[in-house]
Design a protein around this ligand. Structure first.
Ligand SMILES: [Zn+2]
Length: 463
């Protein structure tokens, strides 16, 4: 039997319905949206603001266990940056077991749901045992992520990562051996992961190249050909231009800046997500925007690592597509990520409301423009089938509690501004993924068990 919900304020692509009626069928797909019931129909009332669940477009779930553990300097690391942080991350990777990997991912995915994400793109590169031997089941670590997604209820777009070299022209270092595949083995792993979809309705499988530092041009071409042969619509993700050092290294080796190289050599299109893309020149910015690819911005991680700041106003002006990822998990919050983007630019440009343009529609509200952009970019990068509360899309619904202080007294016109820019309290009350309630009244049924397993595992590996 389909279920009809009467949502006090229902987010729609062109505004709000107050109330809006949302009919969800037995498969968890939205069958109908309307502003009234037909005679004899009954609806379950949901108070507050109903918004679509967002897809988190970039996650390394295991890094949740490292959050808050690298915020100090030492004599050898007096000047800290992405590269020195990476050494600490590698030491953490050394201690990961499949059990620990799953426990940390479960906590990270739980938190994402609590903040209103209903899907996550997992950029997954810890494939093997310490030292580099594969597990008896070569997909062991992928399966642990699938299990974590299943336990928490989040939609998962698994992106097994191809990682071949330790840097341009360098063999992998000791810690990096856990990441490394040849192209053929990698394509076989993709095939195995795709086979898991039969048992897991919310699982999508895409592909990822770690970066132009870790994958050489011939390997990139061979992999893209292999992936396209399996699935011509597979999402393709890559880390690119996160730091100026990477831009310099790639330019020296390949004769072009990294994004320019991708534009010239891979036919960038709407299957692609360029993660970070922080350092773009004007030609790369225009080329990326025109390509239809999504820029995968991870604002809090990029701030944490001191990477630099994406040219968002210029890119938005060029109608570039973008979404947000929580990457290293020093935030797992939609509002924190979007706030960092907008406020960072306000500080830099010394003005207010930098992302919204009058052309963005009635009132051009920053919260609405930020949310809707991240919503569309996240759906494009994840291919999860949600992204809007309209017929035919997956029923991923997040109810914001209008009684929380941050939303108290707000109507639909300013609710997203209030959530994202008007306070720090989390107003997410209920979360539905594919027509099923995953969180009700702020409670996830497996929260206590997930927290206990995480605490045990972290205690074991940080002693
Ligand atoms: Zn990343």
């Amino acid at each position: 039997m389909p279920t009809i919900f009467e949502v006090e304020h229902l987010h729609q692509p062109d505004g709000w319905l107050s109330p809006g009626y949302l009919e969800v069928d037995d498969r968890g797909v939205i069958a109908r949206v309307s502003d009234q019931l037909t005679e004899g129909e009954k609806a379950q009332r949901l108070a507050g603001f109903g918004v679509p669940g967002l897809s988190n477009l970039h996650s390394h779930a295991f890094q949740r266990g490292l959050a808050g553990r690298t915020e100090h300097v030492t004599g050898e690391r007096a000047e800290d940056n992405l590269w020195t942080w990476r050494e600490q991350m590698y030491r953490f990777v050394d201690r990961l077991t499949p059990e620990v990997y799953e426990a940390i991912a479960s906590l990270a995915y739980l938190e994402m749901l609590e903040f209103g994400f209903t899907a996550v793109c997992e950029f997954h590169y810890v494939h093997h045992q310490r030292g580099g031997d594969s597990y008896d089941n070569p997909a062991e670590m992928s399966d642990r992520l699938i299990a974590a997604a299943d336990r928490t209820g989040v939609g998962l777009t698994l992106l097994p990562v191809l990682y071949v070299h330790g840097g341009i022209g360098k063999p992998p270092g000791e810690a990096q051996r856990r990441f490394v595949h040849g192209v053929e083995e990698y394509v076989a792993l993709l095939d195995t992961a795709r086979g898991r979809r039969d048992a897991c309705a919310k699982l999508q499988v895409g592909a990822a190249l770690h970066s132009l530092r870790a994958v050489a041009p011939d390997e990139a071409h061979a992999t893209l050909a292999g992936v396209t042969a399996i699935d011509p619509t597979a999402r393709l993700h890559i880390h690119v231009s996160e730091t100026t050092r990477e831009v310099t290294e790639v330019e020296a080796a390949l004769g072009a800046r990294p994004v320019q190289w991708l534009l010239d050599n891979t036919g960038l299109d709407d299957r692609w997500c360029l993660v970070h893309a922080t350092h773009l020149d004007a030609t790369e910015l225009a080329g990326t925007a025109a390509s239809g690819a999504v820029a995968g911005l991870c604002p809090v991680t990029e701030a944490n690592l001191g990477d630099g700041f994406f040219p968002l106003p210029e890119y938005h002006e060029a109608n570039g597509r973008w979404g947000i990822g929580t990457d290293s998990q020093c935030s797992t919050s939609i509002a924190a990520e979007l706030r960092m983007l907008e406020y960072g630019k306000r500080l830099e440009l010394e003005r207010r409301n930098v992302i919204a343009r009058p052309a963005d529609g009635p009132g051009a509200h920053s919260g609405r423009v930020l949310f809707d952009s991240a919503l569309a970019g996240g759906e494009q990068a994840s291919g999860q089938g949600g992204g809007a509360l309209v017929p035919g899309r997956r029923a991923d619904l997040v109810m914001l509690d209008g009684e929380r202080n941050v939303l108290l007294g707000h109507g639909p016109q300013t609710a997203l501004d209030a959530w994202i820019l008007g306070g720090t309290q989390n107003p997410v009350r209920d979360v539905m993924v594919a027509g099923k309630w995953i969180i009700r009244d702020g409670r996830h049924p497996k929260k206590a068990a997930i927290r206990a397993a995480y605490r045990d595992c972290i205690a074991r590996i940080t002693q």
